[in-house]
Ligand binder design. Structure first.
Ligand code: 5RP
Length: 222
């Protein structure tokens, strides 16, 4: 199975996991990216068995609506039954790097509103140590140089994501060269730099359940 097939089988397994929990008033948080897109496609087959979805990006909202799923603003939603999303990297402790699609801030907000985070990935995303994937950080535009200098002090090499503005009107710095031994310490530290809106480490908490699509067609859950 190629990488995209693995993403789809993880998405199908996530739907199988949450299907028995669905009620007519359930609201589901939905992430952003190619794996989350697979989840949207299978979730849409069950519309009518839950109330609505809260989207972590404009792109996700558009795809959900396009498939007939009602999209609810987070401000109007009850606690979410579950949040389902992909990741750029995930370790055995279920801490993640996210934000490859630049939606990390809304993803973290929507994930925080859910009782459970189900992370769906292909096998290439599971790592021993986070950091080979450049760490995305959403930054207020005027603070970009200040934040970049602080990230260099932490041993990283920040690079401005060219031609990209987040759904919140901000910039993304992708930080190369970090070996993230303690994700929680670094997450807290980076989020305390003035001008940082959100950092792409998701460790407080990380995922509750991880579903990995495997090359042989099976899925592994931990
Ligand atoms: C978007 C994300 C995505 O979950 C992450 O980039 C993984 O993307 P994909 O499912 O396309 O591999 O964090 O901001």
């Amino acid at each position: 199975m190629n990488q995209d097939d693995q993403k789809r089988s993880a998405a199908v397994a996530a739907l199988d996991l949450i299907k028995p929990m669905l009620r007519s008033d359930s609201v589901i948080g939905v992430g952003t990216g190619s794996t989350a897109n697979h989840f949207i496609d299978v979730l849409a087959e069950l519309r009518g068995r839950f109330d609505a979805a809260v989207a972590s990006s404009e792109a996700t909202a558009k795809r959900l609506r396009g498939r007939g799923v009602t999209v609810m603003e987070l401000t109007a939603a009850p606690p979410l039954l579950v949040y389902v999303d992909g990741a750029d990297e995930i370790n055995a402790q279920k801490a993640m790097i996210k934000g490859g699609g630049g939606a990390l801030t809304r993803e973290k907000i929507v994930a925080s509103a859910a009782e459970k985070f189900v992370c769906i990935v292909d096998a290439s995303k599971v790592v021993d140590v986070l950091g080979r994937y450049p760490l995305p950080i959403e930054v207020i535009p005027m603070a970009r140089s200040l934040v970049a200098r602080e990230l260099v002090k932490l041993g990283g090499m920040p690079e401005l994501r060219q031609g990209f503005t987040t759904d919140n009107g901000n910039l993304i710095l992708d930080v190369h060269g970090l070996e993230i031994i303690d994700p929680t310490i670094l997450e807290v530290h980076i989020n305390n730099i003035p001008g940082v809106v959100e950092c792409g480490i998701f460790s407080r908490p990380g995922a509750h359940t991880v579903i990995v699509g495997q090359p042989d067609g099976s899925v592994r859950t931990f």
